[in-house]
Design a protein around this ligand. Structure first.
Ligand code: SAM
Length: 268
């Protein structure tokens, strides 16, 4: 169950792609020279980006396990990213093997990897869709086939809404997706911020302006507003390494500079 048919020549290697830059920060190999050059310019400005990317991925893992432990058995993972280890269905199925996962991304390179690494197992699927058109996500045949909207769903918007500009309306995107879910559903969301970099990181934003999607970091109160209709769970919306940490202690100076907020809310 995947949107098929992407050949290598449909993958744009002339401009950096955020998905491939993120893959590079995480130490992956599914990136091109143009992505590595852009990512290196970001690393020059904020070397802590690699820690932040890993911390975001670890947050995703802890949050997915928490929602599955709470009884959720279906997940929509919007802004899937290039497959890595572990992927959402693998994290979830360590807790409950019957979890269904609909992956959604608008990047052809993610689509091209999905068949082998995300959907080669029952009860997972990939939808090539753009979150800026949330109805296209909700109406996608793969999403409709996998997800029962009468039962609680975990909606993952992890490190994706910061690619949606103010004009495109990230609040409306989150609102439209959230409204489609029944009470008891959960929203797992993370989002970039410059709250811990008072200069606003102009050089980093410039790198992303030349990429296929711009970077739109937002302050805490604005990210919090994306949880409208959801009751935030402990410990609230915090820098991702501080969300229910369960591993060895992390360096305080890296945590202090981590420009990514994360939280989980339950629909009321
Ligand atoms: C930084 S990665 C995050 C991957 C994963 N969620 C994680 O946190 O590890 C962001 C992903 O969002 C996807 N993305 C960006 N804009 C999108 C859009 N408008 N619609 C759907 N996906 C989008 C990118 O292609 C990329 O795969």
């Amino acid at each position: 169950m995947t949107d098929q048919g992407f050949s290598a020549d449909e993958i744009d290697t002339s401009r950096p792609h955020p998905a491939r830059m993120y893959d590079y920060y995480l130490g992956g190999r599914d990136n091109y020279e143009v992505d590595r050059e852009a990512a290196e310019r970001v690393i020059e400005e904020i070397p802590e980006i690699r820690f932040a990317a890993r911390a975001n991925r670890d947050f995703l893992q802890r949050a997915v396990r928490a929602v599955v432990r709470s009884g959720i058995r279906q997940i929509i993972d919007v802004g899937t990213g290039i497959p890595t280890s572990l992927n959402t269905h693998e994290m979830a199925r360590e807790i409950a093997p019957d979890v269904r996962v609909a992956y959604v991304d608008n990047d052809p390179i993610v689509a091209s990897h999905a068949g082998a690494r995300l959907t080669g197992t029952p009860d997972t699927g990939f939808a090539l869709a753009d979150v800026r058109k949330p109805e296209s996500v909700l109406e996608h045949p793969t999403v409709k086939e996998l997800i029962d909207f009468d039962r609680p769903v975990a909606l993952l918007l992890v490190a994706v809404l910061h690619y949606v500009t103010d004009e495109e309306g990230p609040g409306q995107v989150a609102g439209t997706l959230g409204q489609a879910l029944p009470a008891g559903s959960q929203l797992v969301l993370s989002h970039a911020t410059t709250d811990f970099h008072p200069d606003g990181l102009p050089n980093v934003l410039k790198v992303y302006r030349n990429a296929t999607a711009s970077m739109n970091p937002r302050p805490h109160r604005e990210v919090l507003s994306f949880f409208d209709g959801f009751r935030l769970q402990e410990p609230g919306l915090v820098q991702v390494p501080l969300w229910r940490p369960d591993g060895p202690a992390m360096p305080a100076e890296e945590i202090a500079k981590t420009g990514v907020y994360g939280g989980v809310g339950v629909k009321v």
